[in-house]
Design a protein around this ligand. Structure first.
Ligand code: KIV
Length: 278
């Protein structure tokens, strides 16, 4: 029988921290999924290293058409739920649009609230060179930071849509420079989203911190997907970079149809679901 690695053992006996994740550069791939609720966190926790309370909740959970409507209070409520629902994964909370871009001081104030009110292991902010000063400010003051470069969903309005990045040499060089700046500023890990494979590979090969890919490259140090996408909860648009590992949406639809049929036929509740007289 295979002995569990010391990594796997520590994963079972205590919660992984941002430094644990940061220590995985070039090692066993870091497995990440998003989670927004305690029951989902509980289901995913035995299988993943990192649970991201992504601002993708705006779209995946709240039916918004972008991530921009997610508020700090929403991030805190869902972050606390995911921490309560998990025991082993490092929980990282995405900072919502408008809660960190103004200044390093604004970022610290809001990130400190997220850390203290959720008990999470760190935060994620979008941005490259323009956010490096903020990353450094946060890390020097005790807040583990995950960066996010390439497609930045919070910049959808200036980017003109959700588009893959790095198709010409100028934009490829800019994304690489962004990743290097955020790493140099002290981020323990960086998400690289929807970037041409060769550019993502260059980032993974030349950046000394753990690179987590989504629509990036298998050369990354780990991968993340939005759980609702990966589990097939949506029947509408699925981005190219998503693989559906399950068909939960179909299973829910079938269960709801079975329930509706039994209620209409009065076969549910059955005698075994009823309380008898005492
Ligand atoms: O909000 C989110 O879920 C994310 C991931 C897609 C990386 O940022």
């Amino acid at each position: 029988m295979n002995k569990p690695s010391s990594e796997a053992t520590s994963r079972r006996t205590r919660r992984l921290t941002a430094p644990d994740i940061g220590g995985r550069k070039g090692g066993e791939p870091v497995v990440c999924l998003t989670a927004y609720t305690a029951p989902m966190a509980k289901l995913l926790d035995p299988h993943v290293d990192l649970l991201l309370v992504g601002d993708s909740m705006g779209m995946a959970l709240y039916g918004m058409d972008s991530t921009l409507g997610v508020t700090l209070d929403m991030a805190i409520a869902h972050g606390a739920a995911v921490v309560r629902g998990s025991q082993h994964a490092c929980v990282i909370v995405d900072m919502p649009f408008g809660t960190y871009q103004e200044s390093p001081a604004q970022a610290f104030r809001n990130c400190a609230r997220v850390m203290t009110e959720t008990g999470c292991g760190g935060i994620k902010i979008e941005g490259g060179r323009e956010m490096a000063e903020t990353v450094r400010f946060l890390v020097e003051r005790g807040i583990p930071v995950m960066g996010h470069v390439g497609l930045k969903p919070q910049s959808v309005n200036t980017a003109g849509g959700f588009r893959s990045q790095g198709h010409d040499s100028e934009s490829a060089a800019a994304i690489v420079a962004d990743a290097h700046a955020v790493a140099e500023a002290g981020a323990f890990s960086i998400v690289v989203e929807a970037v041409v494979e060769s550019v993502a590979r260059t980032i993974a090969d030349t950046t000394p911190v753990v690179i987590i890919g989504i629509g990036a490259s298998p050369a990354c140090d780990g991968q993340v997907l939005v759980t609702e996408d990966a589990m097939g909860m949506f029947t509408e648009f699925t981005p190219k970079f998503v693989k559906r590992f399950g068909e939960i949406g179909e299973a829910i639809g079938k269960a709801a149809a079975d329930y509706a049929r039994e209620v209409r036929a009065r076969t549910f509740p059955a005698p075994k679901n009823l309380y008898g007289d005492r």
